[in-house]
Design a protein around this ligand. Structure first.
Ligand code: SF4
Length: 317
């Protein structure tokens, strides 16, 4: 019997004994299973700023875990070894929900992040484990490409406190380089923005992101109510090693252009030395509220500007 998977917008129809596009969701006797369930590929402590999340518990560390798998095949993938099934290394551990909570507790961090590969394709593991983390007092972060079905998004917003979602480019970018589409990602962003903490990341590839494209993305994010946008530099990887890296001048120019519009109000540089774009400034009075470089200096009073007292977008305690 063929079964349809609703984890992501590909909605693969999977015949008996086969897997979907991601290679990790399998039809086993008419039931879908995730072949990598509980198989930990990576577990590490990261600064929360590395996710990147700049307005969610700034200055803390987060317990980051990954299983293998991805529903995209980006030609510039920075993590191909845990995204492409033929490349998967052996897992470093097998953790059920109780063991994951115990490992998170032992980390001494205030949050867990499902990250590194694409958690969309192993979201059943998130749905099974995140409630236990929350009951134990932890917060839950998901770093994702956002190519979810509406029903998957609805399930996940119930158990996830903060999202970082990639908005990679326009629809042509998704179709030509990622084997995806733009609209489902925008739909996820629109659903998450009013309900959970959300930051969006776009990796700037100058040959593919014209000024018009950046403006198209900016307008879409502003319309969705997004407040925090990270623009990160591209570095050659995987099947796009001939593409030149984004220069500091290029990322600076794009950020200056977005800053001139004033919206989204918080924009940051990733993989870049642009120090001005590693600071949170109060949109009302311009006071530096957080300096996100290491060590992070959070000058806010529980999220309020130290200059004028305005409340900033984010989760600070
Ligand atoms: S997660 Fe996405 S790619 Fe994988 S089987 Fe389900 S619908 Fe297909």
């Amino acid at each position: 019997m063929t079964v349809t998977c609703d984890f992501c917008a590909h909605r693969c129809r999977i015949p008996e004994g086969r897997t979907g596009l991601c290679g990790v969701r399998r039809n086993s006797g008419g039931r879908l299973e995730t072949t990598v369930y509980g198989a930990i590929q990576s577990a590490a402590l990261d600064p929360i700023e590395k996710k990147p999340l700049y307005h969610f518990l700034p200055g803390t560390r987060v317990f980051s875990v990954a299983l293998a798998g991805c529903n995209f095949r980006c030609r510039f993938c920075q993590n191909a070894s845990i995204a492409v099934p033929e490349q998967f290394p052996l897992p470093v551990a097998h953790w059920d929900a109780d063991r994951l909570v115990a490992e998170w507790r032992a980390s001494g961090t205030p949050a867990i992040a499902y990250t590194y590969s694409e958690p969309t394709v192993w979201q059943d593991y998130i749905l099974d484990t995140a409630p236990g983390i929350r009951r134990a007092g932890g917060r839950v972060v998901m770093v994702t490409n956002g190519f979810l079905t509406p029903e998957a998004t609805e399930r996940l917003v119930e158990v996830v406190d903060a999202f970082n979602i990639d908005l990679k480019g326009d629809d042509e970018f998704y179709r030509q380089l990622c084997r995806g589409r733009m609209e489902p990602v925008l739909d996820t962003i629109r659903r998450v923005a009013p309900r959970r903490h959300l930051e969006v990341t776009t990796m700037l590839m100058p040959s593919r992101h014209s000024a018009e494209t950046v403006e198209e993305l900016r307008r879409a994010l502003v319309d969705a109510g997004v407040r925090v946008w990270h623009i990160s530099r591209f570095f050659p990887a995987w099947q796009m090693r001939d593409e030149p890296p984004t220069t500091e001048d290029q990322v600076r120019s794009v950020l200056d252009g977005i800053a001139a519009t004033g919206d989204p109000p918080f924009i940051f540089a990733g993989n870049s030395r642009q120090s001005e774009y590693h600071q949170t400034r109060c949109p009302d009075c311009g006071t530096v509220c957080i300096d996100h470089r290491s060590p992070v200096r959070n000058l806010t009073d529980r999220g309020r500007c130290p200059g004028c007292g305005a409340r900033l977008y984010g989760v600070f305690e």
